[in-house]
Design a protein around this ligand. Structure first.
Ligand SMILES: [Zn+2]
Length: 318
C-alpha cells in the first residue's frame, strides 16, 4: 500500500504494508489519534485496499471500481456505523450492523463496518460490538476510529490490530499541504503545520480558518502599498458601523498587524495579509499601527463614537 503523503508514522506504514503484503487482513482495526490526525483518511485507504480488485501494481490501485466507489464513499459494502443524532453512541446502530453482517457482501470480497466515533460508544454498545468481534463472518471487517484508545474495553482492544497515528514529518507534510492549499505561500503552510503539531487534518482546518476577512485583506493590501486613498476607502465606511460590528473589525485589524510584527521578529507568517505587510513596513511602523488600533479599541470601549474612532484611525494609519 502506498501511504506516502498521508501518514508520517513509519511504524504504522510498515505494519499495514506487512499486513497486506502477506494477504492477512485482520477482522478488526482500531485506528487512534487526535482530531485531524488522519483517522478518516486511513479508514478510506484501508476501505479501498480491502475492496480493491487489484488492477494495478499497487493496492489500492485507485482505478478499479472497488477503489473508486470506496474513495467516493458510495461502496455498498462499506458501511458507516453511527448514531449522529446522539452524542453517545448507543447499542442500536451496533445491533443493526450485527444483523446486516449476516448478509453477504453485495459486490466486494469483504464487508466493512466503520465506526467513526469509537470513543463515544457506551458500555452496552461496546459489549454488543465485542460479541460480533468474537465471531465475525469471514468477510466481515470492523474499522473502529477513536480519539482515545483508553475509552474502549480492554477486551475490544485485544481483538483489534491497533494503529496509533502520529504527527507527520515536515518534509512529507509540506507537499501535501501545498497540494491542498495551492494558493497559500509556503510560510503560511509551515506556520499552520507547526501550530497543528504536525497533524495534517488540523493544519488544513487552520489554513481555512486563517482566511482573512475581505476587509482585512483590503486593509493589508492598502497598508502594504502605502496607498493612502485606498486606506481611507477601507477605513472611512467604518464610521457608519455599529459599535458591536466595529469592535471585532478593529480586533481583526490589530491581529493582522500583530501577526506581521510576529513575523518580523522571526516567527512564521500567521496569514497572507500579515506576510504582505511585513514585506513593506518596518517594525516601528507596525508597533505604532498596533498601538493606534489598540487606542481606538480602548476609546470605543470607553464609549467614543464610531465616527470619532474612525477619524482617529484615518489620521494615525498612513
Ligand atoms: Zn483498486
Amino acid at each position: 500500500m502506498d501511504f506516502t503523503g498521508f501518514l508520517g508514522n513509519d511504524a504504522v506504514k510498515t505494519r499495514l504494508s506487512g499486513a497486506f503484503a502477506s494477504g492477512r487482513v485482520a477482522h478488526s482495526y482500531l485506528i487512534c489519534g487526535p482530531a485531524g490526525s488522519g483517522k478518516h483518511t486511513l479508514a478510506r485507504l484501508l476501505g479501498a485496499a480491502m475492496q480493491c480488485e487489484g488492477r494495478g501494481g499497487k493496492i489500492p490501485c485507485g482505478v478499479c471500481s472497488g477503489c473508486r466507489k470506496a474513495f467516493e464513499g458510495v461502496h455498498p459494502d462499506i458501511i458507516t456505523v453511527d448514531d449522529p443524532d446522539h452524542k453517545a453512541m448507543t447499542v442500536d446502530p451496533i445491533r443493526a450492523a450485527r444483523s446486516d453482517m449476516f448478509i453477504r457482501p453485495n459486490e466486494g470480497k469483504r464487508k466493512l463496518y466503520i465506526i467513526p466515533r469509537g470513543q463515544e460508544m457506551n458500555e452496552s454498545a461496546q459489549n454488543a460490538l465485542l460479541k460480533i468481534l468474537e465471531e465475525p463472518p469471514d468477510y466481515g471487517v470492523f474499522l473502529i476510529l477513536s480519539t482515545n484508545a483508553e475509552r474502549l474495553l480492554p477486551t475490544i482492544r485485544s481483538r483489534c490490530a491497533e494503529l496509533q497515528l502520529g504527527p507527520v514529518e515536515q518534509r512529507e507534510a509540506l507537499p501535501f499541504l501545498r497540494q491542498h492549499a495551492p494558493d497559500k505561500p509556503d510560510g503560511v503552510l509551515r506556520a499552520a503545520y507547526l501550530r497543528a503539531g504536525g497533524f495534517l487534518g488540523q493544519a488544513l482546518t487552520l489554513l481555512q480558518d486563517a482566511e482573512d476577512e475581505p476587509f482585512v485583506r483590503q486593509f493589508a493590501a492598502a497598508y502594504a502599498a502605502r496607498d493612502r486613498m485606498a486606506l481611507l476607502r477601507v477605513l472611512l465606511p467604518m464610521e457608519k458601523a455599529k459599535r458591536e460590528q466595529l469592535l471585532p473589525a478593529l480586533q481583526q485589524l490589530r491581529a493582522c498587524i500583530c501577526g506581521a510584527l510576529a513575523q518580523r521578529s522571526g516567527l512564521e507568517a500567521a496569514s497572507e495579509s500579515a506576510a504582505q505587510i511585513v514585506a513593506s513596513r518596518s517594525g516601528s511602523e507596525l508597533l505604532q499601527a498596533s498601538d493606534s488600533i489598540q487606542a481606538a479599541i480602548d476609546a470605543l470601549a470607553a464609549n467614543a463614537s464610531a465616527g470619532a474612532v474612525t477619524g482617529f484611525l484615518a489620521m494615525k494609519l498612513r
